[in-house]
Design a protein around this ligand. Sequence first.
Ligand code: GLC
Length: 792
Amino acid sequence: MKSIAPHSYYSFRDAEKEIEFHRHDMPTPWMNYLSNGTFHTMLSHAGGGVAFYKSPQIWRITRYRFFHLPMDRSGPYMYIQDADSGTYWCPTNEPAADKPETWKSAHGLGYTRFGAKRDGIAAQTLYFVGPYENSLVWKLTLSNETPVAKELNVYAYVEFGMMEFMRELQWQCYNKHQVSVQYHPSEALVYRYGVENQPKPEETPLVYFASDTPLSGYDGDREEFIGSYRSEANPAAIEEGGCRGSTLMGGDPCGALQFKVTLQPGESRTLHIFLGTARDEAEVEQALTRSREAEFVERSFQGLRSLWEGYLGAWNCRLPDPDAERMLNIWNPYQAHRNFLFSRNISFYATGTFRGVGYRDTSQDILAVVPFDPEQALGKLRLLLGQQYRDGHANHYFFPNEGWEPVTSIHSDDHLWPALAAWDLLAETGDAGFLQAEVPYYDGGQGTVYEHLKAAIDFTASKLGPNGFPLMLRSDWNDQLFRVCREGRGESIWTAMQLGWVLLRMVDLAVAAGHPEDVAKYEAMYAQQRDLVNNLGWDGRWFRRAIMDDGRFLGSDVHDEAKIWLNAQTWAVLSGMADPEKGWQAMDSVHELLDTELGIKKINPSISTFPDPADPLTNYNKGTGENGAVFCHANTWAIIAECLLGRGDLAYKYYRQLLPNVAMDKAGLWRYKAEPYVYASNLFGPESDKFGLANVSWLTGTAAWMYVAATQYILGIKPVLDGLSVNPCIPSDWEGFTVKRRFRGCEYEITVRNESRVCQGVKSITVDGQPLEGHVLPAYPGRSSVRVDVVM
Ligand code: GLC
């Protein structure tokens, strides 16, 4: 394993909200997502990536070869060729074999830029998707830093894929003859996906590839541009005199544009490329007319920047820990918003082929968007509730863009999650009106938002097992548990705890929605499940996880494997169900048996033969994925649980050790591998020989919950029904911190001083100098800002 200090690879530029990369040869592609909500591009630090319109399943515009070698191909590439020598290189560094002499790249919020130089030619490149057109804009500025004039051939290249990725894998040999790339008189290549029986032909866009600079050549046929037994590293057209002017009526499509650029000494030229979608040829022309207007690119980029400025303007903190501060002000909300957009659909790890919007996943993702944009959050909540049936259960995944049938497996947890998001929305806005809004049920009819949430509880109430806990059904939050409940008798003790937290929320929601008559029912159900959790659910040193089909407990000291499960300890505390001494004991067991220096394992010991060597609970190798890995998503709940217990030092240890750059520093860059600016779903655990390898970065519930854990529980700035609660649970050695938070139209400038060096406990609060009773700041309608001083 190479051991090179991470900082020779990258550095954070916090003032610019960027991370800069000094080398292209990272252990994995470090990704960014450029998107305006409709047109998206996932782009790596070295220029590899994939563009898609709305859905990577059915409208994937360019081809990205998942898992294949060479890694991270293809992408929106540019080549710069010296016309005299024929030498060519790429501003993205990859994929040409000849490399720039100096190079760096950077990801920012919604854009990625590259700066490179070779033979006295400097290239500044910017890629982004702006708010005004559905296109990936590439801006290339070339400067001649030599004393002689330079003749350059500049190429822009993309490999078009078939829009339907699964069909491409299966039927490409026939369907490739139903696509075309034509040269359009507006100096554009237009890719048309004409494949029969496509899911939504009327919505399938045309793709245009064009520039605002006159072309000197083009190709639409990949065979012509790349040539046989070659790759993006050495395109034949570039090596053999330029584009061939090919179009394509069947075959392997691509878009290649060629420009002749002459630069006098000291001269700079900028050209713009547009890879975009439009409904028909008339729209292609209109889009290009707009895009070619002089100020268009600048205006779009500024538009993108102000969108993020506005979004992130809801929150800003100054903390004694710069790593946490950066995460909370920049990367964590950014990642969480990408989860909100893409669910678990497409990343370097997820091929974007079969997972639509996950009911459970997206319900959780909403939590980190509520503080920034309650309206968007509510839209998503309603979208989810539209997938719920009248009996209260919900589709597991669904496909709002693709029009495919949903995945209908019934899980014990899915339908319960939205209540948490609904409560957060209520607390954030103070407006209960949305609870009365009608939303259709998936199987017909409609009900108010509150009625949907209530139906979810009723469904669970009607699906209790022989011992009284909720039946596991297909699984609960842990996807692997279907292996021990196939016969339908298994019960989830964890779901009882999830239900517990949800019932506490439902009590408030019932009152807010004008249904106080439901409260007693929720309270009774809570009391009954609480009792079960503390009795049947208690193993002696920790809480049990489930009851398997065969009636035995999962998560018990009597077994040799999978004795203790993280979620059953954390949620016992989160739900308020754990008897106090059991809650402490359970979380002590987490610390003792599950914690490592790189995060908390999900189970211990890992499984190889349990419960039956012929049919173990999971086929994941020890220490990987769902089997004894550090499952970051589940770690977030340990942070919250420790905060609820008031143990700020331990909570912060759990938080800090998973900050991606901190974990990378500890594990080593070539062990950790994934991006140091976004969370991964899991890190291989100590029972793996690759302990510390981060896996499935970007799209993970870790993002939303880390944000919630850090802002609402560690910093303790949490919207509640009657205002903004301030109740930090911080490391005892912190002197204090400050937060600016937008809340119900007013900016709260909160300064916390930890005079007594405690973890928890607010001594006094003043608002604009006036003392306040308790620790809940009221809303201040009509005020634009208030100053809050908190002493601990
Ligand atoms: C993955 C899934 C998520 C599930 C978790 C635990 O992260 O996306 O839905 O809850 O694994 O199994």
